[in-house]
Design a protein around this ligand. Structure first.
Ligand code: ADE
Ligand code: ZN
Length: 341
């Protein structure tokens, strides 16, 4: 049964809307890049690195995630990172991806914005040419750094024009509400960027409201804590604001104690526009198929619900209308042709 379910999910055309490229850095590549760049790692082996991935909360993960970024030095490193993710995604029938990168994490280490962006964008172009995976790149501002630093990143993005499609907000959430980033997001919107923000992962429902009203977020990353506020939940349903939910991440970062307690099913039942995503798959033990499968097994999700989640992933994307329609038709053609579960 599980193998049949895994095969069905693997073949299901999907979009990935919440994926940090730096969070796809597998320990094997981390060691290869460390050797290539002469960077010392705090782990003796790949196994030791994996064994260290035991997190108690978001911050305990971010500490290792930012430390791992030290191996990303050259344009080729960012290309290799992104290309490795795309090769895996292609094998999982990911047709479209809107990945994040954290430019400030790299500029703070003396790596120019464009070294990161050029490597990532070259791999995304190859991903489309080789695998047919379309993409919209999002630069995420670090909410635990000053807004001026986010503003500097916004300026550095200018030379890349529309090749960077959106802005987001990530890193340590609690104590860093959206309000401090009102101006930089307003400027980003004026410049035509699409807007998303992490909110309601560890932070309270008020941060979701702030992301919508102060930042102009069109999509909420995580958002799982919205259920604590019925009026906010109704608003998200009425306005069809998509949530990019990451089940394995929430368990690994102890937002919820286990998958059985995850709110995914309650979010769907509330009528919310839910999508399933992998966040930082190299650190959380699973890519997109693993996230769909973990949810399907925990809640006994039917084939129809899995198809609806895949449809939502395209509907909630920043693809144009005609592309959305074509991808959603592909989802339904697959569902019709796949054997019943
Ligand atoms: N950066 C990378 N992954 C993140 C997450 N899950 N929440 C906030 N910031 C992040
Ligand atoms: Zn995230």
């Amino acid at each position: 049964m599980t193998e049949g379910l895994r095969a069905f999910i693997t073949g299901l055309p999907k979009a990935e809307l919440h994926l940090h490229l730096e969070g796809t850095l597998e320990p094997e590549l981390m060691f290869a890049l460390a050797a290539r760049n002469g960077v010392a790692l705090p782990y003796a082996s790949v196994d030791e690195a994996r064994a260290a991935y035991e997190f108690t909360d978001l911050q305990s993960f971010l500490d290792l995630y930012y430390a791992g970024c030290a191996v990303l030095v050259t344009e080729q490193d960012f290309y290799d990172l992104t290309r490795a993710y795309l090769d895996r995604a292609a094998a999982e029938s990911v047709r479209h991806v809107e990945p994040f990168f954290d430019p400030q994490t790299h500029t703070a280490r003396g790596i120019p914005f464009s070294v990161a962006a050029d490597g990532i964008l070259r791999a995304l172009a190859d991903g489309e040419r080789i695998h047919g995976i379309t993409s919209k790149l999002i630069m995420a501002f670090l909410r635990d750094q000053p807004a001026e630093s986010a503003g500097a990143a916004l300026e550095e993005a200018r030379v890349h024009g529309e090749r960077i499609a959106g802005v987001g907000l990530d890193s340590a959430e609690v104590g860093h509400p959206p309000e401090g980033f009102a101006e930089v997001f307003a400027e980003a919107r004026r410049r035509g960027y699409r807007v998303v923000a992490h909110a309601g992962e560890e932070g309270p429902p008020e941060y979701i409201t702030g992301a919508l009203d102060v930042l102009g977020a069109e999509r909420i990353d995580h958002g799982v804590r919205c259920l604590e506020d019925p009026a906010l939940t109704r608003r998200l349903v009425d306005e069809r604001i998509p949530l990019t939910v990451c089940p394995l991440s929430n368990v690994r970062l102890r937002v919820v104690p286990d998958m059985a307690s995850h709110p995914l099913e309650r979010l769907i039942e509330a009528g919310l526009m839910v999508t399933v995503n992998s966040d930082d798959p190299a650190y959380f033990g699973g890519y997109l198929v693993d996230n769909y499968l973990a949810a399907a097994e925990a809640f006994g999700l039917t084939k129809d619900v899995l198809v609806a989640l895949a449809e939502n992933s395209f509907a909630a994307s920043f693809l144009g209308g005609a592309d959305k329609i074509a991808r959603i038709a592909e989802v339904h053609a697959y569902a019709a042709s796949a054997e019943a579960l």
